[in-house]
Design a protein around this ligand. Structure first.
Ligand code: GP9
Ligand code: MN
Length: 645
């Protein structure tokens, strides 16, 4: 012990550990809503930054003299940076950063810029203050360690591991199978801390990559049996009723269902969509839920096109674009369809340029095709009105029948609009994000009306099935206080929050009688529903979804974190509520059948994606996509026309 203390430089190391420890704990309390509900959790939260501090900073002890202090400062800074990145990320996503998300930040370039800056506060300098203190201390310290403190290093490392193991053991008593079962990053951070979580996450990633390498053709049998047994027979009333029609998907950025029929100062926020929601020629699904994970818009696109769940961590678009897929555009190619995606931003965002090829999308009209002038753009790219306007000639030039998708962007966090683009009143709920939401949702609504008018003018409306869906929530739990006011409630609890994951889904199929549909459904259910309307039977495809118009439609809707909602139960963080009344249920009142269904659903889909199992599966009549044959580079004289085959 004496030598331990005597080794010079150790004081510096210990100061660094304590500073990091205190800061991290303060950050937990100030920034993260971890749902701490007992003393064990309180203690663990306090203790968990210690093992990481000892462990990582300990490596600095392997250096000598000034280098030792420098190493400790650099490690301290990197950990602080990781913590701060998590804080900023959490402010919007209510979630922690994972390795795949970091990869995404790379592919999405600096484009998250605007959102990220609006999430930073000047008080955040606090998170780097202690690194500055360490630098000053190091400059002042006259006698740094002469030799590497190898002995101390071993002791420190051993204590770090010991503290971690005790931490883990106590955590396991409170939450069994913490590391094996965890869908929810909140739990891991609550028990093990942000730094340990990142290590856990890195290990998970190596594991996921090796899953593909280990999978072989026999693995597909299990999944095939399960999915075929769960196939829902199409409803005769609708099957093939839109055969041969064009398909137009519209991703309604951040649009949540509470906005339908909502009024500000007596004015409807989304009058056009409201009309559709009450029109008996259009299906409006009012119990439709988004099932996206960290991949947000791209996860929703993935589900719409593949009827498989996204990943529990990171975006499937970014991480699995090399996979073999049997996506809707590729399926429709067999029926002579041409496919195209329209996106008023660069094609690399969410790695779309790679993933769309894997999905067999023929053409990709990205920012190169739009007038991206300042007045036409904000935040993530084209404003919706000029975007739809400029898309019309491109759309018209496509050979029919076509499969297309449009990704709106204007209604994106933090929702602020340029003054000249709106005269709709902002909300008055004491929260600028929530207040702005109404203006940008109104703008989105107007842009959809304009698009519909143009489709009618060009004679495309009656020849096309139009599917519009809210891609994911727009207002996160961080704005619950204002949301409670919006909804006229005292507070928003976790049950209410799950209910708020409803997003609108509209399907307009020419000649098919629509109307309001109350079936519980989610993103993965759309592809089989639409394919059946188009007269394509999905029985030979491996899809997780269930046709919403089928009489056998399954109404248990898994969320990506393992929670779920059904007409009976709303499961959130291990608790069950009665979906109809919001009453917290006792475990003994709950039939766990739905729970195990959800588990299997997610597992089967994960198997396909992680093992890249579709490379071993050949659906009848399906022509495999060759991504290398698809090219999205814009040619000089380009209109969509010159790309006709
Ligand atoms: C960018 C758009 C926005 O292209 O899809 O992405 P989001 O942050 O909503 O996933
Ligand atoms: Mn989105």
């Amino acid at each position: 012990m004496k030598t331990f203390i005597k080794e010079r430089g150790l004081a510096f190391f210990l100061i660094a550990v304590v500073l990091l420890w205190v800061k991290t704990y303060a950050a937990y309390i100030l920034n993260f809503n971890l749902g701490i509900d007992n003393t064990i959790q309180k203690i663990l939260l306090f203790v968990n930054p210690l093992s990481s501090g000892l462990f990582f900073l300990g490596f600095g002890l392997l250096f000598k003299k000034k280098l030792q202090q420098t190493a400790i400062i650099v490690i301290h800074f990197l950990l602080s940076f990781l913590l701060y990145a998590n804080i900023v990320y959490y402010r919007f996503f209510n979630d922690f950063i994972t390795i795949p998300v970091m990869m995404q930040a790379k592919t999405n370039g600096g484009q998250l810029g605007d959102s990220a800056f609006s999430l930073m506060r000047w008080t955040d300098v606090f998170y780097f203050l202690d690194t500055v203190i360490l630098i000053i201390l190091a400059l002042k310290m006259k006698k740094p360690a002469e030799k590497p403190a190898k002995k101390s290093f071993r002791i420190v490392l051993a204590s770090a591991v010991l503290v971690f193991l005790i931490n883990l053991a106590v955590a396991e008593t409170d939450r069994p199978e913490l590391l094996t079962r965890s869908f929810d990053r909140n739990y891991l951070v609550k028990y093990l801390g942000t730094y340990n979580f990142t290590i856990y996450d890195a290990v998970q990633n190596v594991k996921s990559n090796s899953q593909r390498a280990l999978a072989d053709s026999s693995d597909v049998t299990d999944v095939e049996n399960y999915m075929k047994a769960n196939y829902d027979v199409p409803n005769n009333v609708y099957f093939g009723k839109a055969e041969g029609k064009n398909v137009i998907y519209v991703s309604l950025e951040s649009l949540q269902s509470f906005i339908i029929d909502y009024k500000i100062n007596g004015k409807e926020v989304t009058p056009f969509l409201n009309k559709l929601a009450h029109d008996n020629q259009t299906f409006y699904f009012d119990n439709f839920f988004h099932q996206t994970g960290q991949g947000k818009t791209s996860d929703a696109e993935f589900m719409m096109e593949n009827s498989l769940y996204p990943l529990s961590q990171g975006s499937v678009f970014v991480n699995k674009a090399q996979n073999t897929l049997q996506s809707v555009p590729a399926i429709l190619k067999g029926k002579n369809y041409t496919s195209a995606a329209f996106h008023g931003n660069t094609q690399t965002f969410w790695n779309r340029n790679e993933m769309y090829k894997a999905e067999g999308i023929d053409k990709f009209f990205d920012s190169a095709y739009y007038d991206m002038s300042e007045e036409n753009t904000k935040n993530y790219g084209m404003k919706d009105k000029p975007y739809f306007k400029e898309s019309m000639p491109l759309l018209k030039s496509l050979p029919q029948p076509f499969y297309t998708k449009f990704i709106t962007l204007s209604n994106h966090f933090p929702f602020g609009m340029d003054k000249e683009d709106t005269d709709f009143p902002a909300g008055d709920f004491g929260d600028s994000v929530v207040n702005n939401y109404f203006q940008s949702a109104n703008y989105l609504d107007e842009s959809i009306e304009q698009f519909f008018n143009d489709l009618k003018k060009d004679g495309l409306y009656d020849k096309s099935i139009i599917v519009m869906y809210g891609d994911h929530y727009g207002i996160s739990e961080n704005h619950n206080k204002a949301m409670a006011k919006v909804l006229g409630k005292d507070e928003i609890n976790e049950y209410d929050n799950a209910q708020l994951q409803r997003v609108p889904l509209f399907i307009h199929a020419p000649g098919v009688k629509g109307g309001r549909n109350h079936k519980f459904a989610g993103d993965v259910d759309v592809a089989p529903t639409v394919l059946h309307l188009l007269g394509v039977d999905t029985k030979d495809y491996l899809m997780s979804g269930s046709d919403i118009l089928s009489k056998e439609h399954r109404e248990v809707i898994p969320f990506r974190n393992g929670d779920f909602i059904s007409p009976n139960y709303t499961k959130v963080s291990g608790k069950y509520y009665d979906t109809k009344t919001g009453r917290l249920l006792d475990d003994s009142e709950v039939d766990k059948k739905e729970d195990s269904l959800v588990k299997t659903e997610l597992e089967m889909s994960d198997k396909i994606i992680n093992g890249d199992l579709l490379r071993f599966y050949q659906p009848k009549g399906f022509k495999k996509v060759d991504p290398s044959k698809i090219d999205y580079t814009k040619r000089e004289d380009s209109s969509a026309d010159d790309q006709k085959e």
